[in-house]
Ligand binder design. Structure first.
Ligand code: SF4
Length: 249
């Protein structure tokens, strides 16, 4: 969020500079075109500031601002690449920025409290969660998992079955997009590394995706693990209303 604000302030500085430059009385045409462009730029920045304010208010108040969802989504979507570039400039680890982005996105999704039934929710898992020596093709079908306990896939499948939620194991963005087209979920809980999660969330906007960052005790893409409590929490959050309704019966 801090980097988003810094990006906006830098862009504002650029706009003010352009505005001052355009005030040069030497070139009438150039000045008018430049002033028009600068005016448009300032207007867009103004909307971004409003978007950032609404985002902060949504997170702090844990409730959505009526009618501001579109602006908030656009602010996040358009400013994220600027924030990433700024992070590179200041030598801030990309993982750290992506993790913050996922956290902000998760808080937005939670604050919006989408009402989803279990069959409208999908869990997306990365194939690196599977034990590397496992011969079963769980990317073809999760039914192929023998739930042998050598990795957490079986445990996650049991959890999903208990909640009535579909699970897909995907090997990359293309497979994830195909799964989204196939199931057409209204909400997603996705497990992946910071980079894949942030790009997946951006690709899927405005679909509410709760991201759970995986653990990589053996390095990237090999025998990764997941904090089961975090997964359960994310799932309960997406199915919150359904579970509340069940409890009320
Ligand atoms: S639980 Fe066992 S069978 Fe299932 S994916 Fe993991 S290693 Fe393979």
């Amino acid at each position: 969020m801090g980097l988003v604000l810094v990006s906006l302030l830098l862009l504002l500085g650029a706009a003010v500079y352009l505005f001052a430059y355009a005030s040069d009385p030497q070139s009438f045409l150039f000045r008018n075109i430049l002033m028009l462009l600068t005016g448009l730029f300032l207007l867009i920045l103004f909307f971004f500031f409003i978007g950032l304010l609404a985002m902060t208010g949504t997170i702090l108040g844990r409730r959505p601002f009526p009618g501001m969802d579109w602006l908030i989504d656009k602010t996040l979507l358009l400013l994220f690449p600027v924030v990433m570039s700024l992070g590179r400039l200041f030598h801030i680890a990309q993982d750290q920025i992506q993790r913050s982005f996922i956290e902000v996105n998760n808080q937005m999704v939670r604050a919006r409290r989408h009402k989803v039934q279990a069959r409208q929710c999908l869990i997306l898992l990365p194939h690196c969660l599977q034990k590397d020596s496992c011969p079963h093709k769980i990317t073809l079908s999760t039914d192929n998992c023998q739930k042998c306990g050598r990795c957490q896939v079986g445990e996650i499948l049991d959890l999903a079955a208990e909640k009535g939620v579909e699970v897909e194991v995907v090997a990359g963005g293309t497979m994830a997009r195909r799964a989204l087209t196939q199931y057409g979920p209204q909400a997603v809980v996705a497990v992946a590394c910071e980079r894949d999660l942030s790009s997946g969330v951006l690709d899927s906007f405005p679909l509410p995706v709760l991201g759970v960052v995986n653990q990589r005790p053996q390095g990237p893409c090999l025998n990764t693990r997941i904090d089961m409590e975090a997964l359960q929490k994310a799932l309960s959050s997406q199915l919150e209303y359904l579970e509340q309704a069940k409890e009320a019966k």
